[in-house]
Ligand binder design. Structure first.
Ligand SMILES: Cc1ncc(COP(=O)(O)O)c(C=O)c1O
Length: 460
């Protein structure tokens, strides 16, 4: 095997193929889970499914129903489920060595070199990578510690609508109050500035950007801005959980300028938007703006291994030995998987594919939007796609998106939701989704939107 089979050979041939769901085996597993698993379990509340098998951009449940998967384990499976090129290396590595803390292995050093090869201009050739723990939240913690360590400050600027994870530091920079209110006090000096969202803020793109940048500048520079010792600005180049909010051009560069003028560390959280998701390696590549530090996780583990990394400019490499630590500083099998996943994306030209297919999918959604006032905005880049729904009064309509998700599930397409009101249909398919599967999935999604918006309109 050189770089694995072409993308059209990766999937279950019969997808989608669904009987009445959830089937009996799935129901039994869900029931048992309810009895013995934590009350914090969340995903099956949205889609009552129990997975058995996955291939490419398709999955099979415990009853043998097959689905087209447009959520990919929340943006993890960029090269698809069970990608054979990745798995080949996984099996080889797992038989040899799995855990080495941060002793050198070929896999570790190769992955660091591979990440440098795809690093944004401005970090390429002049970065270091720290593997501090397995999840995205761990990478966020590392970036916060890095900013504090290097600046001596402790204040952080984050953004409304942001999601950065579930550990204490990551929750502090996350904006959703309901998510964090039971865990306060968190980090004390965090201020959330507005994120430019022309649609929700009813502003032109320029106005939205200027408004956000003025606020950030005031927080950092105004003597009465409130934040005593700013250390860093942390931002998603496209907000994921917040609703695939795609900032207009100029925002990231404006943040870069403010960070430079004030010697604070600019962190781009590319955990959901990175590794090819947007049709470029990093969402920030669309604007050609480099951060001082960049977090990555999710797709980094190749086929779902928990692995996260924080890349930062070499000038910030001031930590002493052990100043950032953790037992799981890089899972060797996950690292092998990550290298193979990057190679697979490179050799199958999946960045260009993601850009083309993303345009096609957004085009189909925009055609649907032309038929109903309820689909108010379609946005995103590459295969990071959001469609925002409103009710007949123009208010966010999360119930409609929940219904779309359920109807799609019953017809064999898995989609997810996002947005502060849950009213954004979020599509994050594996980058190996074929045009044919995308067409089938969009036929189903568009038919569901038509059916539900017609129904909803009739009932008002
Ligand atoms: C942008 C972003 N940052 C951080 C995280 C946290 O990653 P993890 O859930 O792996 O801790 C997520 C998870 O969804 C995310 O989307």
């Amino acid at each position: 095997m050189t770089t694995g089979p072409p993308i059209d050979e990766l999937h279950f041939a019969d997808a989608p193929s669904v009987d009445a769901v959830p089937g009996p085996q799935t129901q039994a597993l869900l029931e048992k889970q309810r009895e013995i698993d934590s009350s914090a379990v969340a995903y099956p509340e949205d889609i009552p499914i129990a997975f058995e098998d996955g291939k490419g951009a398709t999955v099979r449940d415990a009853d043998g129903n097959t689905y087209i998967d447009l959520f990919a384990g929340i943006g993890v499976l960029n090269v698809g489920h069970a990608n054979p090129y990745v798995l080949e290396a996984v099996h080889e590595q797992a038989d040899k060595f799995v855990h080495t803390v941060d002793f050198p292995t070929e896999a570790r050093l190769e992955l660091i070199e591979k990440l440098d090869e795809i690093a944004p201009d401005g970090l390429q050739g002049q970065n270091k990578v720290v593997f501090g723990g397995p999840t995205g939240s761990d990478a966020i913690e590392a970036s916060i510690k890095l900013a504090k360590y290097n600046t001596g400050g402790d204040g952080l600027i984050a953004f409304r609508g942001a999601y950065h994870g579930a550990t204490t530091g990551a929750m502090s920079v996350t904006s959703n109050k309901a998510f964090k209110e039971r865990y306060t006090p968190l980090l004390p000096d965090v201020v959330h500035a507005p994120y430019p969202d022309p649609f929700r803020q009813d502003k032109s793109p320029d106005e939205a950007v200027n408004h956000a940048l003025e606020e950030v500048q005031a927080i950092v520079e105004d003597p009465y801005g409130g934040l005593a010792n700013p250390a860093g600005i942390i931002v998603e180049p496209i907000q994921g959980e917040g609703g695939i909010v795609t900032p207009p051009e100029g925002f990231l560069q404006g943040l870069r300028d403010i960070a430079d003028d004030n010697d604070v560390v600019l962190v781009f959280d590319e955990i959901q938007s990175g590794l090819g998701r947007t049709g470029k390696w990093w969402a920030s590549d669309w604007e050609g703006v480099a951060p001082d530090a960049m977090t990555s996780a999710k797709a980094l583990g190749g086929v779902g291994f928990p692995l996260s990394a924080t890349m930062y400019h070499e000038d910030l490499d001031t930590w002493g030995s052990g100043d950032h630590a953790g037992t799981y500083r890089g899972h060797v099998v996950g690292m092998r998987a990550g290298i193979r996943a990057i190679e697979y994306i490179q050799d199958h030209d999946l960045l260009a594919h993601a850009r083309d297919l993303g345009e096609y999918i957004r085009g189909r959604l925009r055609e649907a939007a032309a038929e109903t006032d309820r689909l108010a905005d379609v946005r995103g880049k590459g295969l990071f796609i959001g469609a925002e729904f409103i009710d007949t009064d123009g208010h966010p309509d999360g119930d409609l998106v929940d219904a779309i998700q359920q109807y799609c599930f019953e017809r064999g397409v898995l989609v997810w939701t996002a947005g502060r009101h849950g009213n954004v249909l979020r599509l994050l398919p594996p980058l190996v989704l074929t045009h044919e599967l995308a067409e089938t999935a969009l036929d189903i999604i568009v038919a569901v939107i038509e059916e539900l918006t017609a129904e909803a309109t009739q009932t008002v």
